[in-house]
Design a protein around this ligand. Sequence first.
Ligand SMILES: NC(=O)C1=CN([C@@H]2O[C@H](COP(=O)(O)OP(=O)(O)OC[C@H]3O[C@@H](n4cnc5c(N)ncnc54)[C@H](O)[C@@H]3O)[C@@H](O)[C@H]2O)C=CC1
Ligand SMILES: N/C(=C\C=C\C(=O)O)C(=O)O
Length: 487
Amino acid sequence: MAGKRELLMLENFIGGKFLPCNSYIDSYDPSTGEVYCKVPNSGKEEIEVAVQAAREAFPAWSSRSPQERSLILNRVADVLEQSLEELAQAESKDQGKTLTLARTMDIPRSVLNFRFFASSIQHHVSDCTEMSHLGCMHYTVRTPVGIAGLISPWNLPLYLLTWKIAPAIAAGNTVIAKPSELTSVTAWMFCKLLDKAGVPPGVINVVFGTGPRVGEALVSHPEVPVISFTGSQPTAERITQLSAPHCKKLSLELGGKNPAIIFEDANLEECIPATVRSSFANQGEICLCTSRIFVQRSIYNEFLKRFVEATRKWKVGIPSDPSANMGALISKAHLEKVRSYVTKAHAEGAKILCGEGVDQLSLPLRNQAGYFMLPTVITDIKDESCCMTEEIFGPVTCVVPFDSEEEVIARANGVKYGLGATVWSKDVGRIHRVAKRLQSGLVWTNCWLIRELNLPFGGMKSSGIGREGAKDSYDFFTEIKTITIKY
Ligand SMILES: NC(=O)C1=CN([C@@H]2O[C@H](COP(=O)(O)OP(=O)(O)OC[C@H]3O[C@@H](n4cnc5c(N)ncnc54)[C@H](O)[C@@H]3O)[C@@H](O)[C@H]2O)C=CC1
Ligand SMILES: N/C(=C\C=C\C(=O)O)C(=O)O
């Protein structure tokens, strides 16, 4: 019998100390389907301990100057950067994404999140007006809110956790973060670096566990006045219900059903590889991934042929394989959910041009129980299909033709989500016209996912409430006050 494998045992990080929990959840390696880690199954009592630690740390931390806090954020960036390789290895093993993506995107962006807010926190200005005829002047001041509750998802674990922690503490808050129970390892490793970076105990507290148990305890705690959440819309609805009695400030970054609109004058040499990447990066498990591709009819057949060829070259492999473009999906349940959409499309009479059920996936024996799926392209599908309206959050994209600009804008806007979109055309006038009319919080034209952290990030309609970015995150994690001085 195989020797008993050493399981990685995580612990909550509260008040600068690692604390064991009295119950644990199994956490799986998505590339093998094996349990390799135990995550604390925390609840109300752990949240109480974390609130006490965060409360005690708040006066000293909030009274430091932005410059002093900036220094510590930069030190956090330094220690993350020094541990980039081990964090990338851990993220890839925990989430199923390729090691290459973890090395080049997830962890470098986690470092950047701290560097970026270490800088931006020093440059905010306030407003001032004067009523000299009344001998008055008025000015605004912003103060940290207190203890911020941060709930992050499993698709970009450290990337999105740090995208919330950095601005919250830069503004002078203390935080209680709850990562996804599916991907808790890099958050735990992050906690191990904080003492070295000089983060005072209680400023950053990380409590692990499930959403319904510890997540709800955090969301409903009366001493946690702000909640920043990234994840699914159903969970956001639950968080909204629980936080309503306390009138909490909410930032909800939710999913998308993002269209790519490809006009007949698009540069296909650039558009096709970019749209393969925007459809299947991170196994299609990014809220900004393209899942509806509208192609102007005159180039539809050519696009489809070349897009399917390029998709078949998007290699699925074990996460450590440097030639793999895509690894394993996050869980068996999620894999089955994504597969069910392809089954439904087939049942509706749509055509599955490549991927699931069409092509063969070959994997080493030890990975046969992993949660792998080929990138899948669906066509001949109706706009009303669930594959064209619901967030699948996997390596599945639909391609359909369109004729006119008016038609495609209406169809692209015809879903409940409004997060991201891409538009491909050489006609600058059309680019501006279409971008302005799309019901999306983010529109990339002739590119995808070039990120400007200074500007608002987030969606409209069912894609969420609020924005994240230099000023947006600062405004969210602070309260504003108008002061009038009579002289
Ligand atoms: N970034 C995004 O847009 C993401 C979207 N999703 C969507 O959500 C679907 C389900 O994925 P899940 O992992 O279940 O997402 P989820 O929204 O349930 O989980 C995200 C985070 O919320 C926490 N959570 C869950 N229920 C909670 C509750 N009642 N109170 C407080 N916190 C709670 C989870 O523990 C996790 O940390 C995916 O198939 C995808 O469609 C999932 C992850 C990220
Ligand atoms: N919120 C998500 C991605 C954010 C990307 C960014 O801030 O650059 C997501 O996939 O859920």
